[in-house]
Design a protein around this ligand. Structure first.
Ligand code: GRG
Length: 301
């Protein structure tokens, strides 16, 4: 089952625009004390970005018959956590990058201490939205499930754990299985959470559909990271909005470095085919997710 091609640009653009507004509304105003911290939070979150994770959540919600309004706050929480991870990852103690989303990184535009606090405060705000935002389904059970899925995905057995392994692996050659395990934590866990938080918003969701969504999310998360590594290798800094060829310069073990370009592209194709196959039990109602998968794998930045 393939999605109508016109669904992709029009709907994705609408979702992206919706997220810009939803995030801008939920971030503290820059005039509120402490002004510099709030300004830096807004600079980091509202400075572009594809909004991949919120869009995945919105597409999952649509596939399960939920309205956008019901999951918008959860989608904001995902993006806030993602931006926190980027701001911390760019710090000198981690990847030490100067450019992100085509602009100076948070610690370059402000300072390192502010960047640390921006990440901390964005993570807090994410969980506050899940706990309190009036737009989420009026169900404590749904909120608790959302907290659990997101917290697990970004902790030491998820994104932060993946980042730790990545830092420990610098200067060492990893095998392809180790690289995939690292990616599944560092990048894959939050991508999986984007889909599974959509599922968590539906009380009593059929276990078969939940399994189908999990079977979609895992390979898409890995394919997304391999695609990112291919873009790092093949793209240019202006299009990417962040330094190109940085993996090669840092001697990172990636799919392109280990398998070469063609085999990495083939791995992306196979993973995305497996992801799409998993959606079969949802039938045509999962077309929004199919469209997002197509977009993710055709992206240029
Ligand atoms: C600091 C706890 C902690 C974790 C950092 C996300 C991350 C882990 C590091 C960022 C570096 C990196 C290249 C991670 C791989 C994930 C990835 C592809 C991030 C970029 O996501 P996009 O393409 O970025 O969605 P935009 O800017 O479009 O939101």
């Amino acid at each position: 089952m393939s999605a109508a091609p016109e669904f992709i640009p029009a709907q994705l653009e609408q979702w992206r625009a919706r997220m810009e507004q939803a995030l801008a509304r939920r971030l503290p105003p820059r005039e509120r004390l402490p002004e510099r911290l709030h300004e830096a939070m807004r600079y980091s979150v509202l400075g572009g970005g594809k909004r991949v994770r919120p869009i995945l959540l919105l597409a999952t919600a649509r596939s399960l018959g939920l309205a956008e309004e019901q999951v918008e706050a959860a989608a904001c929480a995902l993006e806030l956590v993602h931006v926190y991870s980027l701001v911390h990852d760019d710090l000198p103690a981690m990847d030490n990058d100067d450019l992100r989303r085509g602009r100076p990184t948070c610690h370059k535009a402000y300072d390192e201490a502010t960047a640390l606090l921006v990440g901390d405060a964005l993570q807090s705000l994410a969980f506050e939205l899940i706990a309190r935002d009036p737009c989420l389904p009026d169900s404590p059970a749904v909120r608790v499930r959302l907290v659990g899925v997101l917290a697990e995905a970004i902790g030491s057995v998820g994104m932060a754990g993946g980042q730790a392994i990545d830092l420990e692996s610098e200067g060492r050659k990893l095998g392809i299985e180790q690289v995939e395990q690292l990616h599944s934590l560092k990048t894959g866990a939050l991508i999986r959470a984007s889909v599974m938080m959509g599922a968590a918003c539906v009380p009593g969701l059929d276990a078969r559909l939940e399994r189908a969504l999990a079977g979609f999310a895992a390979p898409i998360g890995l394919a997304f990271q391999i695609q990112d590594d291919l873009l790092d290798e093949l793209g240019d800094t202006a299009t990417l909005g962040k330094p190109a060829h940085s993996d090669r310069e840092r001697g990172k073990s990636t799919h392109p470095a280990i398998l070469g370009i063609a085999a990495s592209q083939e791995r992306v194709r196979r993973l995305s085919a497996a992801a799409l196959e998993s959606l079969a039990p949802l039938g045509a109602q999962a077309d929004p997710l199919r469209a997002v998968a197509e977009w993710l794998l055709a992206r240029r930045n």
